[in-house]
Design a protein around this ligand. Structure first.
Ligand code: PLP
Length: 461
């Protein structure tokens, strides 16, 4: 056997070049941006909801790799499943047989949405969305997809066509025929449906950008309207799915919501193997795959590969065994309640919202003159800088990783691994309180950093 490749040696010899390699060969703006916000760090090791730098400092992960680490990093059961599947030496991806693992994972996923019948496996969230868009168009014979303002469904061309932010879309036209409707606006939805050319509405039950939940009653009412006009409801559960919001799927928060197509990805990977899944009704799949000739009309070379399926099966087994969904609900309630209690104490803190472990913390204009001047100056330079000012000390001083929830938003989003408990909640709330105290003092390093951000924002115009 060749010993020409030694991963450990490669990392030991060249690991220190990580930032330079990115700058030279990958998206050069990433190391630049990380440097600007003081996030250009080196992490060596991770477990669960924590990771450690070279000096052995523990960091709390409130971002979960944009949600893929639903069970945290290196869950032992998922890890063992991956070792096992490699050791099994399976005849995988022959493409001319029916391997067992995709069927077993489909069966397990569908058990959580009994009104759905079939699954298509791809390799990412955006691919799960692309599949739903194609299936909706083919099944209805109509071309137009509706989506919500500020929606995010991925960045390949089809998913981009239903993206609600101009910043992502600009320069990539022409995209698919589409129309945006405000989240929660049933009149706008009905107006578009009356034109008779709508294949479906794609919606995140809680929008990831800004953490905006669909208003109560919107999803069941939208479903009714869509059915009336023979159009499909597509739930994008790529971020919200698999327990994140305290229900297995976020659409289950309201009775009677039964989407025609459901997209999942992220956490199904166990944080290891990219995967996407589109669940749908039997008649939709039967229409797309209407004859033997059409067996490959929608397919993916890596779809259903054994590693991804093994990881997915292990994830679902762990979720059941460890009560992950219930933990997300209980811990999320605790975290949200404790943060919401701070709204009255801090004038810059306006709202805490979300469900389960998907929480948005929104900042806004302070009441006192003393802080208002600073706030207004920041806003004039660029919206979202204050949220960035909070995220920075959370990492630098308190070693907690969070993110601003989208461009030009004064919202921090918390999507930690669903395995966190009371001690992580305590750590976050204590750190956040300290950062808010500093922000309301109106001085110190935090506002100095704000000035630096402001100068950079103005220079970048
Ligand atoms: N849909 C939603 C709601 C998402 O949050 C994301 C990614 O953040 C996607 C789709 C795209 O997933 P991916 O990055 O795996 O393509």
């Amino acid at each position: 056997m060749s010993d020409g490749f030694d991963l450990g040696r490669l990392l030991a010899e060249r690991g220190d070049e990580r930032y330079a390699l990115h700058a030279r060969h990958l998206n050069h703006q990433l190391p630049r941006m990380l440097h600007t916000i003081g996030f250009d760090r080196v992490y060596e090791r991770a477990q669960g909801a924590h990771f450690w730098d070279a000096e052995g400092n523990d960091h709390l992960d409130m971002l979960a790799g944009f949600g893929v680490m639903g069970l945290g990093r290196h869950h032992p059961v998922v890890r063992k499943a991956l070792h096992d599947v490699l050791d099994a030496g399976l005849a995988d991806l022959t493409r001319f047989d029916c391997p067992p693992l995709p069927g077993l994972l489909a069966e397990r996923l569908l058990a959580h949405s009994p009104h759905l019948d079939r699954v298509f496996f791809g390799n990412s969230g955006t691919e799960a969305v692309e599949t739903a868009l194609k299936f909706a168009r083919y099944a209805t014979g109509r071309g137009r997809i509706l989506y919500c303002d500020h929606a995010f469904h991925g960045l390949t061309a089809g998913s981009l066509s239903v993206n609600g932010e101009r910043g992502f879309r600009d320069g990539f036209a022409p995209l698919l025929p589409d129309t945006a409707v405000p989240l929660g606006d049933l009149d706008a939805l009905e107006r578009e449906l009356r034109r008779g050319d709508v294949a479906g509405l794609i919606v995140e039950p809680i929008q990831g950008k800004g953490v905006y939940p669909a208003p109560p009653g919107y999803l069941p009412a939208a479903q009714r309207l869509l059915r009336e006009h023979r159009a499909l409801l597509i739930a994008d559960e790529v971020q919200t799915g698999l327990g994140r919001t305290g229900d297995f799927y976020a659409y289950q928060h309201e009775d009677g919501v039964e989407p025609d197509l459901v997209c999942v990805a992220k956490a199904l990977s166990g944080g290891y193997v990219p995967v996407g899944a589109t669940l749908g009704k039997d008649w939709i799949f039967k229409k797309v795959y209407s004859s033997m000739d059409r067996v490959l009309v929608h397919s993916a070379s890596f779809g259903g590969n054994a590693q991804a399926m093994a990881a997915g099966l292990a994830v679902l087994a762990v979720m059941e065994d460890e009560g992950t969904v219930a933990n997300a609900r209980a811990t999320g309630d605790l975290l949200r309640t404790r943060l919401a209690a701070l709204v009255d104490r801090y004038e810059l803190l306006h709202e805490v919202r979300g469900r389960g472990l998907m929480i948005g913390i929104e900042f806004g204009r302070p009441a006192s003159l003393r802080l208002r001047g600073r706030w207004t100056m920041l806003q004039a330079a660029r919206k979202g800088l204050f949220a960035q000012m909070v995220v920075a000390p959370l990492l630098q001083k308190h070693r907690i990783l969070t993110q601003v929830s989208g461009d030009h938003l004064e919202v921090i989003k918390l999507i930690p691994p669903l395995v966190i408990g009371e001690s992580e909640v305590d750590r976050f709330v204590t750190a956040f309180t300290e950062v808010m105290d500093e922000a309301h003092s109106g001085g110190g390093l935090m506002w100095d950093f704000g000035k630096t951000l402001m100068k950079q924002a103005v220079a970048a115009r």
